[in-house]
Design a protein around this ligand. Structure first.
Ligand code: ADP
Ligand code: ASP
Ligand code: MG
Length: 408
């Protein structure tokens, strides 16, 4: 008997039938003798629809009100799931982030969890309840409702598993686990039985939405092993944890892609100390995360600086860049959408030369132009034209024979 945290994503609770199915799975876990805490996302495309709705009344809605709106999506799922569990004769209680007291900072639409209050959840479990918590939302110490960034229900699940010292944290989704590439784009992608914390973090931050980046970060930081599984099958899924000596280190584990990318270039930046600091501090002050940064070679005392941010931050980042460009006397700012990032991730890359070259070769053979490159010890990323991204993912997947990976 232990405490198990289960998280069900939007597709898993998209219809009344699916909610009933989830109710049965949750009850089975409870009947097997476990305490169960369930985290759910908003049904189906509810969050996207809410964002659309907001845009119809205000092109740039205030972030506080956006959170007020978006938090309602998860509230639908928790209530319906609790009702479905009651309908099959078990007791359950739904709780919002504020009722649990999932305390966050005040950065609306991308808040960070500061602390999780365990008291209410323990009290409800002790009463024999299955506890259903709204994912993706929290509350500031001043009782302002916040959300944790898109895909943030994963973060709620990992934070609860860590705070409650859960025996397992199971993430139920609409695919059978973590694959060597998005299986919707690469049909021959292989499911991986095990992925290390480092690899899932790099995959997530490269666009593999199967686990949200900050959830991967928390899992690694607080050593919360995860089990990613399908809501709709009994397949074993993918385990995520610390690498042990037993685990075979793969050169390349997966190809990831991200369409949510904007590239911003500031042209003719004076090549003097302190400029990069000025630009990127101004962007950080707006809570915008910068991903890749490239500075061209200096010519006649000026350089160009290009960087990428999430497309959803593109406009705000370009505005900041424009202000800074004016102050420092740069000639202009270009903001390009229509780009995407393709990355290869693998823990064994660091000791195997030629990996990046092979990736570039696969792209060249497809006639795909690379606009920016960045590398880390276990990742190589390229910015390319968005229209080429699916072809690129398939070509790179093929070049590394990932469809033939033995299932370690
Ligand atoms: P949920 O609503 O359950 O959180 P998401 O849509 O956020 O589900 O994440 C699951 C999706 O992640 C899959 O449907 C799949 O298209 C996508 N995905 C991207 N990369 C991968 C990958 N490497 N392995 C598995 N799924 C991936
Ligand atoms: N409903 C939120 C979203 O669509 C959170 C989540 O699904 O994890 O981003
Ligand atoms: Mg998700």
């Amino acid at each position: 008997m232990g405490l198990i945290v289960q998280k069900y994503g939007g597709t898993s609770v998209a219809t009344p039938e699916r909610i009933k199915h989830v109710a049965r799975r949750v009850v089975n876990t409870k009947v097997a003798g476990n305490d169960v805490v369930v985290v759910v996302s908003a049904p189906g495309d509810t969050t996207d629809h809410l964002i659309e709705l907001a845009k119809q009344v205000n092109e740039r809605p205030p972030a506080r009100e956006m959170d007020m709106l978006l938090a309602t999506g998860e509230q639908i799922s928790i209530a319906l799931l609790a009702m479905a569990i009651h309908a099959i004769g078990h007791s359950a209680i739904s709780l919002t982030g504020a009722q649990v007291r999932i305390l966050t900072d005040g950065v609306h639409t991308k808040a960070r969890i500061l602390e999780v209050d365990r008291e209410r959840i323990h009290r409800e479990l002790a009463r024999g309840n299955i506890v259903i918590v709204a994912g993706f939302q929290g509350v500031t110490p001043d009782n302002e409702i916040t959300t944790l960034g898109r895909g943030g229900s994963d973060v709620t699940a990992v934070a609860l598993a860590s705070a409650l010292d859960a025996q397992a944290c199971e993430i139920y989704t609409d695919v059978e686990g973590v694959y060597t590439a998005d299986p919707r784009i690469v049909p021959e992608a292989k499911k991986l039985d095990f992925v290390s914390f480092d690899e899932i973090l790099e995959m997530a931050s490269s666009g593999a939405v199967v686990l949200q980046t900050r959830a991967a970060e928390y899992a690694k930081q607080y050593n919360v092993p995860l089990h990613i599984r399908s809501t709709f099958s009994e397949a074993e899924g993918t385990r995520i944890g610390e690498v042990t000596a037993m685990e075979k280190v793969r050169v390349v584990t997966a190809v990831a892609h991200d369409r949510n990318v904007a590239k911003i270039t500031i042209t003719d930046v004076p090549d003097v100390p302190g400029i990069a600091h000025r630009l990127f501090s101004a962007i950080a002050a707006k809570h915008i995360n910068v991903d890749m940064i490239v500075q061209s070679a200096s010519r006649e005392g000026v350089t160009d600086i290009s960087f990428t941010v999430a497309a959803t931050d593109g406009e705000a980042a370009a505005e900041v860049a424009q202000e800074v460009a004016r102050e420092i006397g740069a000639s202009g700012v270009m903001w390009e959408g229509g780009v995407a990032k393709i990355s290869i991730v693998g823990a064994g890359m660091v000791t195997n030369p030629g990996v990046a070259a092979k990736m570039f070769g696969a792209l060249a053979q497809e006639g795909i132009n690379i606009q920016l490159i960045s590398t880390s010890e276990i990742k190589v990323s390229c910015i390319i034209d968005e229209k080429d991204v699916e072809r690129a993912v398939r070509a790179v997947h093929r070049a590394f024979n990932l469809d033939q990976i033995d299932r370690v």
